[in-house]
Design a protein. Structure first.
Length: 347
């Protein structure tokens, strides 16, 4: 019995507790990201935003969730019921499982695998399947066109994102996310972060995350004017809520990726007190919040792109720049001896 507890039961319970410790705050953050977005955009538009339900409108996300939970889920006539229901579940689940390799601090990671960056990029790439399945299963030409536009958009910008990730890997010599953060540690503090030597790559990566998450000014799969809302037009109640939650969870995930790759992860901006007194996970959360603010800021500022402009930006601007960047960074690493020596990054 003791052996069963020590070998099987306790390790399983410990993993479940770790998963709950990650997922529960994440779901709360997703809910209140909607409140944060509405408040920030309201302030930028000189409006109040949510201010009725609860003090300062703080209970508005809970009210919205309850409203969607108690609504009836309507499945269109002729739709593939199984695929129709599974599609939003895939989108939401993929947005959660990617957090398994995200390091919140030194040693604070569920799975510290050597190919964490590859796992993260692969999981984020699979998100397009939920949208394609939703558009096909809805038995609606508007939903189907919206899903195809989303697939083309996400695939186009994933190419540039992958090449930008290669430039970071060339500087670090590892696909482990914790190693990438440690490689940005140094006496210069924030000036060791990759956002400074790789600034054009950081900008392109962040803009690509806007397209990857279907956010303004690239939210063309959800075009109200020509597609009556796009791939999710036939969805209601909790199936619609899962798409909604998946989109906001992906926003947080992409902000975490930007923080790890370019903003030093859990590292403080300066290596002296009082900055070093703040725990690493707090710095990590603050950097993610700053990236999310830019997501909201862009939505309140820029108009939506035309679809041809979106494709031109991805294939004719970002892709050539990313290819040139890979060659330049690889050449600089080889010529100037900037490649990390074997054993420099300790795990």
């Amino acid at each position: 019995m003791v052996e069963f507890w020590d070998v099987y039961l306790w390790p399983t319970l410990w993993i479940v507790l770790q998963i709950v410790a990650i997922v529960a705050p994440l779901l709360l953050a997703v809910a209140y990201l909607t409140y944060f977005e509405r408040k920030v955009i309201g302030a930028m538009h000189l409006r109040l935003g949510p201010n009725v339900v609860g003090p300062f409108g703080l209970l508005q996300p809970i009210a919205d969730g309850m409203k969607l939970f108690f609504k009836e889920t309507v499945v269109p006539t002729g739709a593939n019921r199984a695929v129709f229901v599974i599609a939003p579940m895939i989108t939401f689940i993929l947005a959660l499982v990617a957090w398994a390799v995200i390091p919140f601090g030194p040693g604070l990671v569920l799975a510290d695998i050597n190919v964490g960056l590859l796992y993260l990029f692969g999981i984020s790439s699979l998100g397009v399947y939920g949208i394609i399945m939703a558009g096909w299963a809805s038995n609606s030409k508007y939903a189907f066109l919206g899903s195809l536009r989303s697939a083309a958009q996400m695939v186009s910008y994933e190419v540039s994102m992958g090449l930008i990730i290669v430039t970071v890997v060339l500087c670090v010599g590892s696909l482990n996310l914790s190693d990438i953060v440690r490689a940005q540690e140094g006496s210069l503090g924030m000036f060791n972060w990759f956002v400074f030597p790789l600034l054009p790559m950081a900008v392109i990566f962040f803009v690509s995350t806007l397209a990857e998450t279907n956010r303004h000014p690239f939210d063309l799969p959800e075009a109200e004017a020509e597609l009556v809302s796009g791939y999710n037009v036939e969805y209601s109640a909790m199936t619609f809520a899962l798409f909604f939650l998946g989109e906001y969870a992906n926003m947080i995930l992409m902000s975490a990726m930007t923080t790890i790759l370019f903003l030093g992860g859990w590292l403080p901006p300066f290596n002296f007190a009082p900055f070093t007194w703040v725990p690493g996970p707090v710095w990590f959360a603050l950097k993610i919040a700053a990236c999310l603010f830019v997501f909201v800021w862009v939505r309140a500022t820029f108009p939506r792109y035309r679809y041809d402009q979106l494709m031109r930006l991805g294939w004719k601007v970002f892709l050539p720049i990313s290819l040139v960047a890979v060659v330049v960074v690889a050449g600089a690493v080889a010529v100037f001896g900037w490649a990390p020596a074997e054993g420099v990054i300790h795990r």
